[in-house]
Design a protein around this ligand. Sequence first.
Ligand SMILES: [Zn+2]
Length: 283
Amino acid sequence: MPELPEVETVRRGLAPVMEGARIAKADVNRPDLRWPFPAGMSERLTGARIERLRRRSKYILADLDTGESLLIHLGMSGRMLISGAKLGAFAHDHPAPEKHDHVVLHMDSGARITFNDPRRFGAMDLLDTATADAHKLLSSIGPEPLGNSFDESYLVQALKAKTSPIKTALLDQRIVAGLGNIYVCEVLYRARISPLRKANKISKTSVEALVPIIRQVLGEAIEAGGSSLKDFRQADGDLGYFQHSFDVYGREGAPCRTPGCTSAINRTVQSARSSFYCPKCQR
Ligand SMILES: [Zn+2]
């Protein structure tokens, strides 16, 4: 499941091919993904120029010159493939169509963007750009963790009445946008806070310290995505997911990486999700 840094990496990969370009033709090869596509999606996209490609939480929004925005969600297994474009030193030829190519955008530049999603948990919709933030998928999402409205006083306020574990509170999209299981585990390790602690029992100082750590962890992952972007531009144009190394996520039983700590990483299940943490470093 792609998290915020992966979605931001895909957005950055698509931007040079999509921003400023016009959609010459849109192939919509089935009526739905997770939800039905909007009526007349192909016609509404055809001829539209993409003015801006932005991200809100884990959604990519392509603002069109028609007053509508194309919302894209990658779901569990969605991939974006760029072909017919020259990126860096490498040209990507159009590949043969594949089985799960559900939507294909033919850009007037000759480039092609293919949305392939075998499990079909992804989504696409068309919204009025002016009221996009009020769309049902976006309206209850909290502040962007890398944006200005997410700061120390906001987080202190948001957590002070939360009796749920801090892990669960940080996964709550109404509190902060786009944080998923992997990066919450990493953030809590770096903050030395146990995922089991109740959010409202954590000191103000520790909650305040979470803000720069969240920014740092996401920032580093986006940077790692940027390097992988270079690789897939050079490889086959497939904006897939990158793997980078995590300090605790997926490391159950492995030694803690904190210098001097001899403990092993534990795994426990909270709200049906695995939490990885060091029982010694995280209190
Ligand atoms: Zn440790």
